[in-house]
Design a binder for this molecule. Structure first.
Ligand SMILES: *Cc1c(COP(=O)(O)O)cnc(C)c1O
Length: 452
């Protein structure tokens, strides 16, 4: 049984520990750090073995209750898990013991649905519980906006405001945000993604907006991470031949929230042989593992796997914290983590644009299966690691984080045909859009935040 309830500390170590509810509703800790659980519960051997017989919703409940069991009714959590995961989660065999986990069947065809849908329901639960009203303010460069808009749509106690750079998202991505209406307000900024992000930051530090109860739905929020532990347990429990069999995961990484989910799963007892950190030319983390020197990439490099164009991943501070170090919000390492353990747990690699395209082509030719650029980066990362190991005999899962049809420009360029649209995307093209366009000006944004 649990000894004491889990509390959440800030990675900067200069803020009080808080409950999950508070960490979720605040997003960022007041000292600028990220919230982390002060202990990660280990599942017993029996509980881990029981996962072999549980479906996805039950697996999600088993994992999340470890963190939330003290703060909400188990029956409410069970309802949330059932409600959130009403889509399929295919594991596709590629060859031997090598698989693709397709996390692209949710309503916005992005793996971000997995976290956003649970997070929205948890926030709604806690808001209704205290009869409170919250406003989620989020900047997006593409996929987050759609997943968040879709996940929060229709919740009475929560308004959502999404900022996106007018000229930098695709038509599908824009329509996934702008066709919902209701409690979802979308504002196009005449600027870059970085401008959107600094406007959001400014709003969070604006004392005169304190009454608005602003909260964040970016992956700085611990509520975005915990649900992402579940599919690691789930895929292993479908594929492992015994509870002792170890597994390799290749994770296409941008802000490293997805990977953090996997790391938490391993801390809870999932037998992971290795995590492969697969990224594009924004390879500051693989370089850090190799050299021990951390250097952000600024400005970040524009690659076709666009969700990974991140020159300083926000979740790196959490990984460093779990390995005994301290990294501040500017990316300065205040205390060295255990590099030896980091290097033995992870293999990191940066995949070039040419390799990414070659992989989309080769993968299709060899196996008849489709990958989009992010999934291709992950698969190539797995191949690199297998070259080093000189074996592909381990059980291995490579994560596909978006539906190929969301990146049809690139798929078509490489293969000469487009991926078939999933139903969720077909419907959206003809829907009516509604959004506001404003200058890159904080005063204008603030006016709109106050206008609820
Ligand atoms: C967000 C995203 C990623 C990166 O995930 P992180 O958790 O930020 O590392 C990878 N692929 C796709 C398609 C994404 O939308």
């Amino acid at each position: 049984m649990k000894s004491s309830p889990i509390k959440y500390y800030s990675t900067n170590l200069r803020a009080p520990e808080v409950s999950f509810r508070e960490a979720l509703l605040k997003g960022l800790a007041p000292d600028g750090g990220l919230y982390m659980p002060n202990s990660i519960p280990a599942l017993s051997k029996n509980e881990i073995e029981s996962l072999f017989f549980r479906d996805y919703q039950e697996t999600a409940f088993t994992i999340l209750k470890e963190f939330l069991g003290d703060e909400m009714e188990e029956s409410s959590l069970m309802t949330i898990c059932h409600d959130a995961y009403d889509f399929s989660i295919p594991l596709e065999k590629v060859f031997n013991r090598n698989y693709i986990l397709r996390l692209d069947q949710g309503p916005t065809a992005s793996f971000k649905d997995f976290a956003a849908r649970v997070m929205a329901r948890l926030m709604n639960y806690f808001a209704s519980d205290g009869n409170q009203h919250f406003t989620i303010l989020t900047a997006t460069s593409g996929d987050t906006g759609g997943a968040v808009a879709n996940a929060f749509h229709g919740f009475e106690n929560i308004d959502v405001i999404i900022l996106f750079p007018f000229a930098e998202v695709t038509e599908i991505q824009r329509k996934q945000m702008t066709t919902l209406g209701g409690n979802i307000r979308v504002i196009a900024i005449d600027g870059k993604f970085d401008d959107c992000q600094s406007l959001v930051k400014q709003a969070f530090t604006d004392a005169s907006l304190a009454g608005q109860q602003l909260s964040s739905a970016n992956s700085i929020n611990i509520g975005r991470l915990l649900p992402q532990s579940v599919y690691y347990f789930y895929s292993w429990s479908r594929l492992a031949s015994s509870p002792a069999e170890k597994i390799i995961f290749s994770v296409p990484s941008g802000n490293y929230g997805n990977l953090m989910g996997g790391i938490i799963a391993r801390e809870m007892g999932l037998p992971v042989e290795k995590f492969i950190i697969s990224t594009n030319s924004n390879d500051e983390v693989p370089r850090y593992l190799a050299t021990g020197v951390y250097k952000t990439i600024n400005p970040s490099v524009n690659c076709i796997s666009s969700a990974m164009n991140v020159g300083h991943p926000s979740n790196l501070a959490r990984i460093i914290a779990l390995y005994g170090g301290i990294m501040d919000e500017n990316g300065v390492i205040r205390k060295e983590p255990d590099m030896k353990r980091l290097r033995s747990d992870f293999y990191g690699t940066g995949i070039s644009e040419e390799e990414t395209r070659d992989t989309i082509l080769e993968f299709y030719r060899k196996y008849g299966l489709l990958l989009e650029p992010h999934g291709a980066v992950a698969w190539r990362g797995l191949e690199c690691y297998q070259d080093i190991l000189k074996t592909d005999g381990y059980l291995a899962v490579s994560l596909e984080t978006a539906h190929p049809a969301k990146f049809n420009d690139e798929v078509n360029r490489v293969l000469g045909f487009s991926a078939e649209m999933p139903d969720s995307l077909i419907g959206i093209i003809d829907k009516k859009e509604d959004f506001l366009k404003i200058e890159n000006n904080y005063g204008k944004l603030k006016e709109n935040i106050l206008k609820r």
